[in-house]
Design a protein around this ligand. Structure first.
Ligand SMILES: Cc1ncc(COP(=O)(O)O)c(C=O)c1O
Length: 358
């Protein structure tokens, strides 16, 4: 059993993906070829967002979002410590400070009741993470942000395809950032990512930052990065979009079935007004090592997302000495992610549940 079965997905989509890649090889426009805009238009339609800007990775999307908002040394950006490192890393890379707000124990997303207290005169943005594929409490976060005149960046690297009160993740705040890393709910065959916004000026800034701050050929009007997504990676995603609605439905059905089978392992909860696309299906155990060993002995791979809260990571610890984020720390000790993909079978799930019970 694979942790994420990308080979079965490729077998199902081989004709479409191969044809799309071949077309790029035939026209030879490997950078900013026609697939780039075609993909962006399809993703605009999918999310309902007015602007999509494809970029080289989810990490690059976060960096470009922060640069478009002009985040500078001395600024503060509020996020959570229970996330993949890139979320805080891009804030720190720009010389700003990542101010952490702890997460909720049941969803592992930002605990909005603690948000207001973290805002200072230096706060320039709020960056919630839609962890494991479930949108954070975006309306509550947007409301706090609006009162303080702050933009909100959704780190939607794991939640492309999820919905929130009938709207799509990535189109829930000032900017949405996603990742097309191969194992993500919508993944290409390399690195890729995208930014979404309804703000014309931010979209223009993001497009320019993506190509070295160019407003016209060799006219560099701002500092940027080399952050484009390759035409071939866009072609892979275009080949995958035909099956994506089915995959999202299938992931949701499998996630809910896991919930029933594994209730006693305290799975991460999904709130009733939103869906999760289960980038990870995650349970908890105070005896994690033993549970992982038991599954491994049965040939079932697992993973831990994430084994340390970011304030405990060596590169970050000095900055956060004396601070504690107890929920995040506890989740880091207890979470276990199980195999999940649209191509997982009910029989696989039954085997996993039996191994966990055994
Ligand atoms: C929450 C979160 N943010 C950011 C990223 C970075 O995305 P990428 O790996 O495409 O750079 C990831 C993915 O790994 C992620 O899970």
């Amino acid at each position: 059993m694979d942790f994420i079965d990308l080979k079965a997905q490729y077998r199902a989509l081989k004709r479409d993906i191969d044809a799309r890649i071949q077309r790029v090889l035939d026209h030879g426009q490997y950078i900013l070829g026609p697939e780039v805009r075609e993909l962006e238009e399809k993703l605009e339609a999918y999310t309902g967002s007015r602007h999509c800007v494809s970029v080289a990775s989810g990490t690059e999307a976060l960096l470009i979002a922060l640069m478009a908002l002009d985040i500078k040394p001395g600024d503060e950006v509020i996020t959570t410590p229970f996330t993949f490192v890139a979320t805080a890393e891009m804030i720190v890379l720009l010389g700003a400070r990542a101010v952490f707000v702890d997460v909720e124990p049941d969803t592992a997303n930002m605990d909005v009741s603690q948000l207001e207290a973290a805002i200072t005169p230096r706060t320039r943005a709020i960056m919630p993470v839609s962890l494991y594929g479930q949108p954070a409490d975006m309306d509550e976060i947007n409301a706090v942000a609006a009162r303080r005149g702050l933009p909100v960046i959704e780190d939607a690297a794991q939640s492309f395809g999820a919905s929130y009160k009938g709207r799509r993740s990535c189109n829930l705040s000032t900017i949405g950032c996603t990742s097309f890393f191969p194992s993500k709910p919508l993944g290409c065959y390399g690195d890729g990512g995208a930014l979404f916004t309804n703000d014309e000026a931010l979209a223009k800034a993001m497009r320019e930052i993506r190509v070295h701050g160019q407003s016209g050929r060799y006219n560099h009007t701002r500092i940027g990065v080399g952050g484009r997504m390759d035409s071939i990676q866009c072609a892979v995603l275009l080949g995958k979009l035909g099956r994506f609605d089915w995959e999202v439905e299938r992931r949701i059905a499998l996630g809910r079935r896991y919930d029933q089978l594994l209730a006693r392992f305290d799975p991460v909860k999904v709130k009733s007004d939103r869906t999760s696309v289960y980038a990870q299906y995650t349970i908890r155990s105070s005896d994690r090592d033993r549970v992982q060993e038991r599954l491994k002995a049965e040939g079932i791979p697992t993973a831990v997302h994430y084994p340390l809260s970011l304030h405990q990571q060596p590169a970050y610890a000095a900055q956060y000495r004396g601070q504690s984020f107890p929920v995040s720390e506890r989740l880091a000790r207890e979470v276990i992610s199980l195999p999940m993909s649209a191509d997982l079978t009910e029989a696989d799930q039954d085997r996993i549940a039996a191994a966990l019970a055994g």
